[in-house]
Design a protein around this ligand. Sequence first.
Ligand code: DGL
Length: 270
Amino acid sequence: MTESDAEQQPILMFDSGIGGLTVLREARVLMPDRRFVYVADDAAFPYGNWEEPALRAHILDLFGRLLDRFRPEISVIACNTASTLVIEALRERFPGHPFVGTVPAIKPAAERTRSGLVSVLATPGTVKRQYTRDLITQWASRCHVRLVGSVTLAGLAETYVREGFVDEEAVRGEIAPCFVDQDGRRTDIVVLACTHYPFLVNRMRKTAPWPVDWIDPAEAIARRALSLVKVSGANTPNACHGADPVIFTSGRPDFTTARLMQGFGLSPMS
Ligand code: DGL
């Protein structure tokens, strides 16, 4: 494949909803000359409450169609709930196609914590995954890691980004279990292990009982994606690029969502 062929191939950015936008904005900074296709599987949102076998089958099936349709150079699974379940199965099913996953940033948290008390804030799906447990055993065996699964935070983030409003008391209640104070030590790191949550981080800071380091892995994921794509040489935005396409699996984004996507330089396509 020539370099210009590679330039024609977009980077596919995938999430159940708006969470992947937190990764897209970092990826655009690092790869301003690249085209992206953003896929929001909103018909299946929220992933966090799905049973594992059904969600695995659903995502594998959907990816068969997405790869055929868009022929991306790489795909970024900008969703912890999906990645921790299906990243290995995707690599097996579509060998030769590079996938970048998003998994809870437990290793950097374990390296950075001073108190040894770390919390991982995620969807109920991510919290119960064996993949997440294995990351803790592998990288954080010397820390006390509290897993906090939230049923409502991803939905609150969706509402906040679309409507500019969130119930702060609801945020306070959802993050409260992350804060552990025991034997004179306090949680000092909270891993944002759902790509929706960085949209709410200011509200989390405001309602947290004490200051902590909130780890958002978006930039690290974008760097990993950059390391896998063919370099085009020009690292400047191409003025000819119009908006990148966004696909909603529901086929019917509401007006506010469509406007939000426009703000991210995305234009809905059917
Ligand atoms: N953005 C997704 C993640 O990173 C989850 C949201 C959902 O429950 O669908 O885990």
